[in-house]
Design a protein around this ligand. Structure first.
Ligand SMILES: [Fe+2]
Length: 392
């Protein structure tokens, strides 16, 4: 009770079926504030395939909002892509940034909003820690996946490719002013994205409940969110058109976003970030989920009580004692396998020979060392190697 914790909820999130229709009201609010020029940040296709653009474009036209659109954000976006977006968008001097997409586009849009407010700075300045932002343009995040939680938090992840450094930046000025979470926009997600994004949310919930910054609030969020994912993910995988399943998975991912906003992440995310810095084609949620059983095995002796509570839907009979670590890790692995993730790191191109390099670049990452220090046990080099090795 003497631990002072952060209870964060920094964005106004319109959540539910049809939430995209709130976009018009949001734009009218901005018009009243004298905002008439917007920069739009997306990937190549999902902003259209999801149906979001069918609502957004007519509203922009109707409210006579001038805009420029950068559609070059890829999964695992780089600092160069962000700088490229800034260079394109600055032509109209945007007063507002609208990000439409999953975590990659939304994260990039937040950093673009910072850089357009702080001219002369680059994305590398932020991700190397040379520049700490305090101001940004207002952002609106239209979320298209039920995994990221980025639409309600102050984080943005990007990769410095030459350093193999994929890490998160965080600043209070990076909260989206408005977020839109509409499960109806997620029905076109491919099946593997349904799985991987949901498992990203699961990892947010597990980590935020067990960092040194965790609180009764993040544990509560994790209990609820994991229970929802356990119940609704099989239904969404079985029937991609099941809107009720998407609603609850999206709700779980928002809980995950709020949870990491309060209590950050610890081991699984930094270790995964280094994997996908080396192999940008690796899906974030997929990489996390490969690592998760081994991370649970490692942290269970230090965080067994919380893990036994939050993992109850998956492993019902845990009491939280250290000797249950193997049982918890194995049961989780079986559940994940049943959902469709049966691969190890060796199936996605990593081998024992890669482990020293992964460790070296993970240790070099300033951003990720902060997260590792929040783990419920000391994260030694040996532990990192062990987790990667067990996950091969
Ligand atoms: Fe994540």
């Amino acid at each position: 009770m003497k631990k002072v914790v952060e209870l964060r909820c920094g964005s106004v999130d319109y959540f539910g079926i049809g939430a995209i229709n709130r976009f018009e009201g949001i734009m009218e609010q901005y018009r009243k504030r004298g905002i008439t020029r917007a920069g739009i940040v997306t990937g190549k296709n999902s902003y259209r395939l999801s149906g979001a653009w069918d609502v957004v474009k007519p509203v922009l036209d109707k409210t006579t909002m001038e805009y420029i659109h950068f559609d070059g954000i890829t999964p695992n976006p780089t600092v160069d892509q962000i700088d490229e977006a800034v260079n394109l968008l600055k032509d109209i001097e945007p007063q507002l940034i609208i990000g439409i997409g999953g975590g990659s586009a939304i994260d990039a849009s937040k950093v673009v909003a910072v850089l357009l407010k702080n001219t002369g700075k680059t994305a590398r300045d932020i991700y190397t820690g040379r520049f700490k932002p305090f101001e940004a343009l207002p952002t609106v995040s239209i979320n298209l996946t039920h995994g990221t939680g980025s639409e309600v938090d102050r984080y943005a992840v990007a990769t410095i490719p030459e350093e193999y450094d994929k890490s998160g930046a965080a600043a209070d000025c990076m909260y989206p002013e408005y977020a839109i979470d509409d499960p109806g926009l997620m029905l076109s997600l491919p099946g593997k994205e349904v799985l991987y994004t949901s498992l990203d949310a699961l990892n947010h919930l597990v980590e935020a409940a067990t960092t040194k910054l965790s609180s009764p609030y993040t544990v509560m969020l994790a209990k609820e969110g994991i229970s929802l994912i356990h119940r609704w993910l099989p239904r969404a995988l079985n029937d991609p058109a099941d809107l009720e399943a998407r609603y609850w998975l999206l709700y779980a991912s928002v809980l995950g976003g709020i949870a990491i906003d309060c209590a950050v992440v610890h081991i699984t995310h930094p270790l995964e970030h280094t994997l996908s810095a080396f192999r940008p084609e690796l899906e974030h949620g997929f990489g996390l989920t490969i690592l998760l059983p081994s991370v649970i095995r490692a942290i269970y002796p230090a965080a067994g009580r919380t893990l036994s509570e939050i993992l109850k839907p998956v492993v019902p009979n845990l009491k939280g004692t250290p000797e249950e670590a193997e049982e918890a890790a194995s049961a989780l692995k079986d559940w994940i396998g049943g959902l469709g993730v049966t691969q190890g790191l060796s199936d996605v191109g990593f081998s024992e020979d890669d482990l020293p390099e992964l460790l070296k670049y993970l240790r070099k990452s300033q951003g990720e060392s902060g997260s590792l220090s929040l783990a419920p046990l000391p994260v030694t080099d040996e532990l990192i190697i062990r987790i990667y090795r067990e996950s091969l």
